[in-house]
Every structure is written in structure tokens, then in C-alpha cells.
Design a protein around this ligand. Sequence first.
Ligand code: DX5
Ligand code: ZN
Length: 216
Amino acid sequence: MTHLVSPSILSADFGNLQRDIEMLNASEADWIHVDIMDGVFVPNISFGFPVAEVAKKHATKPLDVHLMIVEPDRYIKRFADAGAYGLTVQLEACPNLHRTVQFIKEAGCRAGVAINPHSPVALLDDIIADLDLVLVMSVNPGFGGQHFIENTYKKVSETRDLVAKRNSKALIEVDGGVDKSNAGKLYTAGANVLVAGSSVFASGNPSAMISTLKHA
Ligand code: DX5
Ligand code: ZN
């Protein structure tokens, strides 16, 4: 079973972003999660291309870019050019999701789709075979440091079952409120990739916390 950790730089110190990314390079982190928020799809604005490019410049690990934006098709090429390894769009932001997924692949990135806490896993039924990643949101997107929603375990199990049923190769990622108290249970439910922002960067020893999450 694949168990990866993707720390979110949303909780990094932006005055010392190079330092924090170098810490991630030296840690057991597998990917680096980059949260893009537009103030429209979610009630918060994070950062855009310049910060993503700084992350790419210093990171030795793949960038796992999570687009919490409306009309993501308009920016897929630019994030691909900025160095994204994976591009994940929100299902709720994509009326033509199949086309969006094809755009991501044509841009040379791994294609991911995120579902919000209220969106049923069944909405992925006819797209999951085309995906490299499903991101199950375990908080309502927009902010770091929110409380984990317990219904996520059920959704992760349902996603695991759907991946098997549709013979999909998609990894299952969970994002929001992930910490050492729920990481093991998420892996047991079927999660492959854990995103963690505040639990990593607010801990006294971020690198050790990444290892704790990876081996939970
Ligand atoms: C939330 C973002 C998350 C966020 C997670 O909308 O998508 O990636 O950085 O932060 P924590 O781990 O603090 O909940
Ligand atoms: Zn995210």
C-alpha cells in the first residue's frame, strides 16, 4: 500500500519559504502540496504563480498543486509551466470535468479531482478511471488549521471501493485537519496520500512530524 505525505506550504513561513522548502527536501515528505485559492471558489486568497515558481525553484520533490479556483481550465497550462507535477481541480468548479481532466493530461501533469465534504463519492463514478488522484476534502476548503470532519473515513472507504470497481489507478489523497491522531485510521480506510499543513508546520519538529504521519 502506497503511503505518501504531502506537507502544505500554506502553513509555511512565507518570509522563509526557501528555508521551509529545504526542510521538506531533507525530510521524509514525498510531495509538496501547493494550495491555490482565488477568493471566489473559496472565501480566501492564498498565493499564485510567483510563489509556486519559488516553490519549484527550491523543491527537489514533486509539486502537488491543488486548485481551489473557478474556471481552472484557464490556468492549467500556466501551472504546468510553473512546474506542477500533479494538478488537482475541484469537482464543484468544473461543469465539464472530463474535458478539464484531458487538459491537465495534455499539459503533461498527473490529473486529480477533489471533492468537497458535501459531494458524494458516486459523482466520480464516470471519471475515476481517467484519474491519477482523487482528493477527498476533510474540511471545507479555504483555510489551514480547521477541524477534521469525521465522515471522511466513510468517504475514503467508498473511494477505495470505487477505485477497485472501476479498475482505476488513482491514488486517494486526504486534505484538511490531518494529524497524528487520524493519520493511521485514514491509511486503514484506504488513503494513500496525506496532506498536512498546520500539524506539520506548527509542531516543534516539522521533519519528525512528517515521519510520524508517514509511518502512522
Ligand atoms: C485547505 C487546503 C489545505 C490546507 C490544509 O483548504 O486545501 O491543503 O493547507 O491545512 P491543515 O492541514 O492545517 O488543515
Ligand atoms: Zn489543499
